[in-house]
Design a protein around this ligand. Structure first.
Ligand code: G3P
Ligand code: MG
Length: 378
């Protein structure tokens, strides 16, 4: 049994907090504030109420595909609420801190055109290759994307090195794979990721000695210095404009895992795909978001005289029990901050069903969430 508040708050609570608020909010975006390009009806009112009353909040999304500054500018316009990157965490934002790969050659997968390449470069990655670059240089690498040659051409770049298995030392070597956003061409991206992971140490065009033989003989897959594979977001489903949830980056990963099991030994002795999956509900994402929220709150409340006190509670408002609710419920803050999950009925979760992970409260929409929380805080 989970608690549901059916009270529809029509007007914001009148009395703003007199003391510095010791609570704040983290808002999921898709299914809470927007449905793809459309703002949800009461999102503006919810965020404006918080800004009027100087109650801190951040946006915490498994979405991405654009630089934080570009996405924040779009959302500010769509929601008619001033936002800035200090209050914004996307799925791939934490990739910006991965300095160990900045001077290596990384494969960046997903997103529209080469937007994710440009995001990676803005994070400081110097040698970024995309599946589109590989396909444009070697169309035979994936025979079924021929009809998209013209799509890829305008934003592809020449490869830093050729794919030449006869001279591995001078052939293109991938040092890490990052899936930044939902792949648009699952076939090409699956083929390229598989090629890298079955190669000898990330050298494209080669088959690792152990894997070449064993995979073909269905004897399973041996790790041979292949590069790490990072996913920025685990979402199997998400709330786009269509009335039913759509497959997200987690859908692509599941499909890739199926291909991977088949090529590394088949149903019985195929091996688990080695990967690192980030994003909600995983702890590093909530840790990263809490750090961002604490510093944003400090800046926002700088005007208050005296000590702003500690952040006692964060209300995590989300539409997806698997990411937003599970993440907040299981996150243990090093600062002792209580993360209280609030589930809304405007996205992936459908009203009346039993959520896979029990939220602190279920409400109608984001304004109900804000009003319920404000009433809780008194
Ligand atoms: O790609 C976006 C989707 O995975 C979910 O985004 O904002 O609901 O975390 P969000
Ligand atoms: Mg969502």
């Amino acid at each position: 049994s989970y608690r549901t508040s059916h009270r529809r708050f029509l007007q914001p609570v009148a009395t703003p907090p007199t003391r510095t608020p010791e609570f704040a909010f983290a808002f999921d975006i898709d299914g809470v504030l927007v449905r793809s390009s459309d703002a949800l009806p009461r999102a503006h009112k919810a965020l404006s109420y918080l800004q009027t009353n100087r109650i801190p909040f951040i946006l915490l999304t498994n979405g991405g595909g654009k630089h934080e500054s570009e996405r924040v500018e779009e959302l500010s316009r769509k929601l008619s609420v001033p936002l800035d990157t200090s209050m914004f965490v996307q799925s791939h934002t934490p990739f910006a801190d991965m300095d160990e790969y900045k001077n290596k050659t990384v494969l960046v997968v997903g997103g529209d055109g080469d937007k994710c390449r440009r995001v990676a470069e803005s994070y400081g990655f110097k040698n970024v290759v995309t599946p589109g670059d590989i396909f444009t240089a070697y169309p035979d690498v994936w025979p079924f994307s021929r009809q998209w040659v013209e799509y890829y051409k305008p934003f592809s770049r020449p490869l830093p090195k050729p794919i030449d298995p006869s001279s591995p030392d001078t052939s293109l070597k991938i040092d890490a794979i990052f899936v930044y956003n939902d792949p648009r061409d699952w076939g090409l991206d699956t083929q390229i990721i598989k090629d890298v992971l079955l190669s000898h140490q990330g050298i494209l065009g080669t088959l690792s000695e152990s894997n070449g033989k064993s995979a073909l003989r269905n004897k399973g897959y041996q790790q041979d210095g292949q590069p790490p594979l990072y996913f920025s977001n685990p979402d199997l489903l998400w709330a786009a404009k269509y009335h039913l949830p759509r497959l997200g980056q987690g859908g692509f990963r599941e499909a890739l895992e199926g291909v991977w099991a088949a090529v590394t030994g088949g149903k019985d002795n195929g091996v688990e795909l080695k990967k690192i999956v980030m994003g909600k509900p995983h702890r590093p994402t909530y840790q990263f978001a809490e750090k961002r929220l604490i510093s944003h709150r400090r800046d926002l409340l700088a005007g208050y005289e005296g000590d702003v006190g500690n952040l006692k509670r964060v209300y995590m408002v989300g539409d997806n029990p698997e990411s937003d609710i599970l993440g907040a419920n299981s996150y243990e803050s090093p600062h002792g901050t209580d993360w209280a999950s609030i589930l809304v009925q405007t996205g992936v979760y459908t009203a009346g069903s039993v959520p896979a992970h029990e939220p602190r409260m279920v409400v109608g929409d984001v304004l109900d969430a804000v009003q319920w929380a404000a009433a809780e805080e008194g």
